[in-house]
Design a protein around this ligand. Sequence first.
Ligand code: AMP
Length: 145
Amino acid sequence: MQAEYDSNNIFARILRGELPCFKVYEDADTIAFMDIMPQSDGHTLVVPKEQAVDVFGLSEAGAAAAIRATQIVARGVREAFQPDGVVISQFNGAAAGQTVPHIHFHIVPRYVDQPLRGHARQQQDMGVLKQHAERVIAALAKLKG
Ligand code: AMP
């Protein structure tokens, strides 16, 4: 059973340019931007452009492109923030913790001395988010060489 896609969900609106985001990466199939309520510094979202609610509705080509982009962006986040570890996660359905019904992958840096902040709880200062986006963009450019 496929979940029905709501084309007015918040990520669909960001993809259409109707709402702002701190974008760090874009290719033909994907964009990535800073999570507005980050669980840790550098928390970044990778969002396929394909209209799919969750992993079950995503095409195989879309899934391959999403993982490729997630790997690229995760390398940039790691380079920018030098965390002790990086969690990559993806939630399907409200019961699994999904709050935005458009498929996305979380890149969450982990620091040994810092507990995670709550999921989708507290909005980050916009100036800080902008600085963090600039760090990831610079790191991706450096890695691209
Ligand atoms: P999930 O619960 O897996 O659907 O995750 C949705 C994520 O989107 C949460 O981590 C939110 O903090 C984040 N989020 C919600 N609205 C925005 C927004 N406008 N810009 C960036 N991130 C957002």
